[in-house]
Design a protein around this ligand. Structure first.
Ligand SMILES: Nc1ncnc2c1ncn2[C@@H]1O[C@H](COP(=O)(O)OP(=O)(O)O)[C@@H](O)[C@H]1O
Ligand SMILES: [Mg+2]
Length: 331
């Protein structure tokens, strides 16, 4: 398998009056061509900032301060704003959480998609509108040609999210990044959107990174799952391995708190007490140790590195000295 995106040692700092606060602390992540990677973790663990850093969209005062992110032979972190602007949409498409704030309320759907196409491909307006209709059809919007004339408020939340996907796909990207795109939608519609993206990924042979705090939601879409905690990857494995043989105590906590079908989706993890560390206030050693039922003294001594899990899938890696037996070796 060929790596499409290869992130190594990514660090992101927030400039504060008191000095820089580290929020992403050495993330390693690979996305292969045509692969779908699910990224899960509680709110505030650095999922969005990691993705925004790749395309030069970090907020003011927040900067990628270390590491590399190879994409198609170039380091995204070294590209100029102009190069990144060309890449966005054309090579890397984005879908965000809230289509109501991301879509322009006073502009017809067709014009918004056409605008993205004109910007990304330079095609003329009539051709862009035709293509916009095709894209609406691709994302399963009924009577797509008529819908070109609609305004966002005339569509349901699920249909607006489909329009956002159409815009994300406009430039035929090789990588689609979806940042909690269904959080605002009801559970049935969320599942439909996940199904749609899975189908499009296969049809268009595109890689997908899907960010969520809901492991159950992406079980059917992701080939592989990376679990983030406090700005680091704590576990990375094929999706079936994550569900059948989770190794990191944090991953096990996330799975223990999977909502049942009748529950409301949860953003909180009732089975894990405490809260993640604030940026700049991570404890020494393993950042999860203060909340971890299995923690021993050695956990606070050094940051654990991602290592292969003995006896598991060769792609299964975890950053925990207790569950991989390294603590015994150290003792
Ligand atoms: N615009 C911002 N200004 C200051 N701090 C921010 C900003 N955006 C994010 N942060 C900080 O970075 C942390 C990680 O943010 P984010 O990547 O958005 O988390 P996630 O997407 O995992 O919920 C947040 O908890 C917050 O402390
Ligand atoms: Mg986020």
């Amino acid at each position: 398998m060929t790596a499409l995106l290869d992130i190594k040692g990514l660090t992101i700092d927030i400039a504060r009056d008191t000095g820089p606060a580290r929020v992403v602390d050495g993330i390693d992540l690979v996305v292969n061509e045509g692969e779908s990677l699910g990224i899960v973790g509680e709110s505030g663990c650095g999922k969005s900032l990691t993705m925004l850093s790749l395309v030069g969209l970090l907020p003011n005062r927040i900067k990628a301060t270390g590491g590399t992110a190879q994409f198609g032979g170039a380091d995204l972190l070294k590209m100029s704003p102009r190069e990144l602007r060309k890449l966005r949409g054309a090579e890397i498409g984005f879908i965000f959480q809230d289509p109501m704030t991301s879509l322009n309320p006073v502009m017809r759907i067709g014009d918004q998609i056409a605008e993205a196409l004109i910007y990304q491909t330079g095609m003329a307006k009539p051709a862009a509108l035709t293509r916009a209709g095709e894209l609406l059809e691709l994302v399963g919007i009924p009577s797509p040609r008529d819908r070109l004339m609609s305004y966002p408020h005339e569509l349901s939340g699920g249909m607006r999210q489909r329009v956002m996907i159409a815009i994300g796909l406009a430039g035929s990207p090789r990588l689609l990044i979806a940042d909690e795109p269904t959080t605002a939608l009801d559970v049935t519609i969320q599942a439909q959107i996940v199904d749609l993206v899975r189908e499009l990924k296969d049809r268009l042979n595109m890689a997908v990174v899907w960010i969520t705090h809901d492991l159950a939601l992406i079980a059917g879409l992701a080939d592989r799952i990376a679990v983030l905690y406090a700005g680091t990857v704590v576990e990375d494995a094929p999706v079936s391995t994550i569900f059948e043989k989770p190794s990191h105590p944090y991953t096990r906590g996330l799975l223990g708190s999977l909502p049942t079908l009748t529950d409301q989706p949860m953003s909180r993890l009732p089975s894990i007490g405490g809260t993640p560390p604030e940026p700049g206030r991570r404890p020494p050693g393993c950042p999860f140790a203060p909340r971890c039922a299995l923690a021993i003294a050695a956990c606070s001594a050094a940051v654990p590195r991602l290592t292969a899990v003995p006896g598991s899938d060769p792609r299964h890696r975890v950053a925990c000295i207790v569950t991989t037996g390294q603590s015994e070796a150290a003792a």
